[in-house]
Design a protein around this ligand. Sequence first.
Ligand SMILES: [Zn+2]
Length: 368
Amino acid sequence: MANKAYKFRIYPTAAQCVLLAKTFGCVRFVYNKMLTERKGTYEQHKENKETLKKLKFPTPAKYKDEFTWLKEVDSLTLANAQLNLQKAYKNFFEGRAEFPVFKNRKARQSYTTNVVNGNIMLLDGYIKLPKLKLVKIKQHRDIPAHHIIKSCTISRTKTDKYYVSILTEYEHQPVSKEVQHIVGLDFSMNGLFVDSETGKKANYPRFYRQALEKLAKEQRILSRRKKGSHRWNKQRLKVAGLHEKIANQRKDFLHKESYKLSKRYDCVVMEDLNMKGMSQALNFGKSVADNAWGMFTTFLRYKLEKQGKKLIKIDKWFPSSKTCSCCGQVKAELSLSERTFQCECGFTADRDHNASINIKREGLRLLA
Ligand SMILES: [Zn+2]
């Protein structure tokens, strides 16, 4: 079985918006309530990890008697809030994430509900959702008939746009493909990557870079305005709108680049980078760090796996930059400012291209 999500814009009526706001609020309330409890038990038992692991998680049902208004919303959304917190907690425990934080009302709001007895259905131009009934939807693409809808996540952006992400499941067993065409990618600082086959940099489109500059400018204007004033609020929405636009452009670009690679090659090799440490080391701006590489890797992996192809990650300590891809000699020193790789053997190449060739070669070695 494989999964695929489809995201569409929805246009709720004023009355539906009220119910949506209520549901976002309830989900947030339950999530924060459970987190408070969990935090308490964590503080109590943090010396003993084994005890902590065995402790029962609070359930949303226990809050319903005290806070009766929770009964007004789709109860599955509250159950999903619990699952999300459990997942966040597990990620923390297994060292993949920080301790979960409280949800705040200013961030993007969302909730997830599941399909039970035909409560969710796509009808002509509308989607039927629990409690909301029919909501207008702009369905710009079809969901294939063999895909079964499993759940829906409804979200509201900071600029009050509503979306539904429909998670589907379908039967799919990819046949493992023999590796004939392989490529190595080196993460590029001011682009996305350089590939071993063409030596070209996959760079963000110009309009994207221009939008980033515009965002920086609008953010400066925002910082000069009086917090809470009418003009500040107007500017805040403008900045939020730009953020959304940029995030969409970036996602679009990452989908396109990963699609091209997954069509052209049977195997992609890349380094296993720790993006958090890297964005700090390289001093990226916060809005640019944005985990683009992580997102790109995720897209690439599922696009490859769907076709029975492979993504190989090599050790982050592999000296991809310092090794000469021509003679194999490893340099003792290579500063970040050296953009051209020059070896005693006479080989000269762009630094990132040289690294990508080494990455590909290491991938070939691992495959053999
Ligand atoms: Zn050399």
